[in-house]
Design a protein around this ligand. Structure first.
Ligand SMILES: NC(=O)c1ccc[n+]([C@@H]2O[C@H](COP(=O)([O-])OP(=O)(O)OC[C@H]3O[C@@H](n4cnc5c(N)ncnc54)[C@H](O)[C@@H]3O)[C@@H](O)[C@H]2O)c1
Length: 363
């Protein structure tokens, strides 16, 4: 490995800026290439960050062939995560891939298999995991204080928060709200309870707001979901109630709940009242623990740290450290495979109008 870790960025749109800003804060990292299929976009992106001598490509394959590097950030829209991540892994590079991992379970399986075969890191970009309050909730759930956990509700949802551009076009995003913010809710809840394997999904998804010009400026291009709910059975006798929306006539789809035999935990939806508030995609609202002491119903408000914290930098730094030390992946593909299996199951179940089984291969 060279003195500095050599990074390439594939996909030079919105979120690539956050990756670049994080990498540029690190003395032990250098950006050595960028690629975007839109002509001139990678060049303009690199120039914007003062990297005028760093080569830009219009194909990630060319970039991987021509430039010596150690790792890449995959910042493309969802439908091209698989091809970019797999090609980079096969080129011998470690990969930080943006969330959601992919669009389908099949793609996620291939990505996980190739990471295993090549021995290269494939980490998925869920920065909310680094939030100090999110860590506190996770640790509280994992501490055992709740007893046996049998029910989890992932709440949230925006009152008015339909994005535009590549997020709402099926051919580019693959899935909508479900994959944009739904994957965060799933990750935070599943990570807290140790990512048990999902078994079945019964779901409903719709697109009433996205297709309505009153709520979505680009309604004519809207071809994904804007709302979904699901009942998911998980290994270990746990049931998960999933709710997410990009737009609705309600302030929240409900709080996030963990019910156990000894206690329950409520994580209230954050930033209610703000148009884009309500979704559990990084920040959390007040947290309460419910239990029973000598027959008394006790409700305890758990103090939050609520301190400013650069979650995105922490995510990218953790990836860089994993690459430098030879792994493991901070947010491993083998785990996020379950997240993707649920998204795939929600999509299939809502299409077929029936409960579906999740057939997740051992990798
Ligand atoms: N972690 C976060 O906070 C966060 C926030 C926003 C978006 N995201 C995720 O990041 C991804 C990108 O989102 P965005 O807002 O930057 O989208 P965007 O549309 O602004 O940028 C995506 C870019 O990828 C390029 N691209 C697509 N396929 C390519 C390929 N094969 N090779 C090279 N370039 C390719 C597109 O031309 C586009 O410029 C999505 O998966 C999204 O879910 C994550």
């Amino acid at each position: 490995m060279a003195e500095k870790l050599r990074i390439g960025i594939i996909g030079c749109g919105g979120i690539a800026h956050s990756h670049m800003r994080a990498y540029q804060k690190m003395d032990d990292v250098e950006i050595v290439a960028g690629a975007d299929i839109v002509p001139g976009k990678a060049r303009a992106f690199l120039d914007e960050f003062g990297l005028n001598n760093v080569p830009a490509y219009e194909s990630h394959v060319d970039m991987l062939e021509k430039v010596q590097m150690d790792a890449v950030s995959v910042c493309t829209y969802n439908t091209t995560h698989r091809v970019c991540a797999v090609d980079a892994l096969r080129a011998g590079l470690d990969v930080l891939c943006e969330k959601p991992m992919s669009v389908t379970l099949e793609e996620a399986v291939e990505m996980t298999k190739v990471s295993k075969e090549t021995g290269k890191i494939l980490s998925i970009g869920f920065q909310p995991r680094y939030d100090p309050d999110m860590i506190m909730v996770r640790d509280l759930v994992r501490s055992g204080v709740l007893g046996e956990i049998y029910y989890v509700q992932t709440g949230g949802g925006r009152r008015r928060g339909i994005p535009g551009g590549t997020f709402i076009r099926k051919e580019l995003a693959g899935v909508g709200c479900l994959a944009d913010i739904g994957c965060y809710g799933l990750d935070m809840a599943l990570n807290a309870i140790g990512y048990p394997k999902p078994l079945t999904v019964s779901a409903y998804a719709s697109d009433r707001f996205g297709k309505n010009l009153k709520y979505c400026k680009e309604a004519e291009f809207f071809s994904v979901d804007d709302f979904s709910v699901a009942l998911i059975r998980l290994e270990g006798g746990i049931c998960m109630d999933f709710r997410m929306s990009w737009a609705m006539h309600m302030d929240t789809m409900g709080d996030t709940l963990f019910l156990g035999t000894e206690a329950g935990l409520k994580v209230k939806s954050p930033r209610l009242g703000e148009p884009w508030g309500g979704a559990w995609d990084g920040t959390i609202g007040p947290v309460y623990l419910y239990t029973d002491i000598n027959g008394n119903h006790v409700e305890t408000k758990v103090p939050l740290k609520a301190q400013p914290f650069d979650r995105f930098y922490a995510k990218v730094r953790d990836f860089v450290d994993a690459v430098k030390t030879g792994g493991p992946a901070p947010i491993p593909a083998s785990q996020i495979l379950y997240n993707q299996a649920i998204i795939d199951g929600i999509y299939r179940s809502s299409q077929s109008g029936r409960e579906v089984e999740l057939d997740i291969p051992e990798i």
